[in-house]
Design a protein around this ligand. Structure first.
Ligand code: ATP
Ligand code: MG
Length: 409
């Protein structure tokens, strides 16, 4: 038979929950996913075209040497469940068995394997049946490698996806974040401190398809320039997951308000600070047409994060407060921060003064918190929010690319 070129020139992408939607919504979400994949590839300098075909977006590489980079880009794109670097070939039995044999020849440490075949299109399009090709292909791989078939837990899975006009053959599969394509669930504002939790919280909401604009509250002498720089570094990491969207951070000057709280308020100080931050978040959210404020709070993690205290802090806002980390343990959050690449920036040492009082309130009553609060604290928080500074971050959104507005949700 003809020698087969074994370049992996395609990445086959699969999604999950999008497939449960009605065909109309699914079509829209697929288009958004394809456009986000294209933006991610573009931002990373991968020369490729993304095609939406059946339920599998396909990344066609112009330069197959970039296949790893393309797979990385796909596994960083929200909505993607798996990405498989694949060889494209003709969908006939002889070619496919030849490709399997050649791919088997690449394997060095394979002890067990499985061949999985799926077919789409008219039955008459293929000169093989799926189960039959699994058997014949499996025998060919076995002969070539000496490895044995294990359908339950194979070291290598040879996956053939045959269509009417072509087939894709892969030997490995990488997991993506899952969730829904970014831009399909509107916009939220995230309060991002630069600590470990808040960038992970923002990422979680992005994973569900919501564009997140990060807001850092400048605490003045209680924060400092290195504190802000740390927050902006983590925000830059987040922006890399959203190359197609305007997620430039906002920095809100609140040093004066914080100094006043530190000087005038005792046990309920942290709650008033949280309330100030939520009102700031709400004000920015309303300005940007965002529908929620995200925080990195977790139940019981800090004195301001008890159940009764959440009730007191949330009383300052009519916008929903999303706390995706509410039930998560710190060790788990740390592990995730490492996986998504925000951990190193979040743990840069920064010198800053402590705002927290020595005996913080854990079971506050709203009336007591309000009574201890400085005059017009919340309306001054709104004023500060309106003075937010926009920070430019790379990668910048491509101005040529149309923004996905609510009408495309
Ligand atoms: P992080 O949760 O990011 O690690 P943290 O654990 O120190 O910060 P807190 O200081 O209690 O937690 O803050 C709780 C939440 O309040 C943070 O998760 C974040 O959403 C928000 N937050 C705290 N400080 C700031 C800040 N300076 N600017 C913006 N948001 C902040
Ligand atoms: Mg925290």
């Amino acid at each position: 038979m003809e020698p087969v070129a074994l370049e992996r020139d395609t990445v086959v992408v699969s999604y999950g929950e999008i497939g449960t939607k009605s065909s109309k919504v699914r079509g829209r979400m697929e288009r958004t996913l394809v456009s986000n994949l294209a933006a991610m590839l573009d931002a990373r300098g991968v020369d490729a075209e993304v095609e939406r075909r059946w339920s599998r977006p396909l990344i066609h590489l112009r330069n197959p040497e970039q296949v790893e980079a393309a797979t990385d880009a796909a596994t960083d794109t929200f909505g993607v469940v798996t990405a498989r670097p694949a060889v494209t070939c003709a969908p006939d039995r002889e070619t496919l068995v030849g490709v399997l044999e050649s791919l088997a020849g690449e394997q060095t440490e394979e002890r067990s394997f499985a061949v999985r075949v799926s077919r789409a299109g008219a039955k008459s399009a293929h000169d093989f049946g799926s189960r039959e090709l699994e058997r014949v292909g499996g025998a060919a791989v076995e002969e070539r490698t000496g490895a044995s078939v294990d359908l339950d837990d194979p070291d290598v899975t040879y996956r053939i996806e045959a269509r009417e006009d072509e087939a894709f053959v892969s030997t490995n599969e990488r997991g993506g974040p899952g969730g829904l394509p970014l831009g399909t669930q509107g916009k939220a504002v995230a309060l991002v401190s630069g600590g470990i939790d808040s960038p992970v919280a923002a990422w979680e909401v992005m994973k569900r398809g919501c564009v997140v604009v990060p807001v850092y509250v400048d605490l003045g002498e209680f924060g400092g320039p290195d504190h802000e720089a740390r927050a902006v570094s983590t925000m830059r990491r987040l922006a890399a997951f959203a190359p197609e969207f305007d997620v430039r951070p906002r920095v809100v000057p609140a040093g004066g308000l914080v100094a006043e709280l530190a000087a005038e308020v005792g046990a309920t100080r942290m709650l008033s600070l949280r309330r100030t931050m939520l009102r700031i978040g709400e004000t920015v959210a309303k300005e940007l047409g965002a529908h929620a404020v995200v925080t990195g709070e977790s139940l019981g993690q800090k004195s301001s994060q008890t159940g009764p205290n959440f009730a007191v802090t949330d009383a300052v806002t009519t916008v929903p407060v999303y706390r995706p980390l509410l039930t998560r343990d710190k060790s788990d959050i740390v592990a995730q921060a490492r996986r998504i690449g925000t951990y190193d920036d979040s743990t840069l040492p920064v010198g800053c003064e402590r705002v927290a009082p020595s005996r913080p309130e854990t079971n506050a009553a709203l009336a007591d918190v309000e009574a201890a609060e400085p005059e017009a604290l919340l309306s001054r928080a709104e004023d500060a929010a309106r003075e937010a500074r926009v920070v430019e971050v790379e990668p910048r959104r491509d101005p040529e690319r149309p923004e996905l507005g609510p009408e495309s949700l």
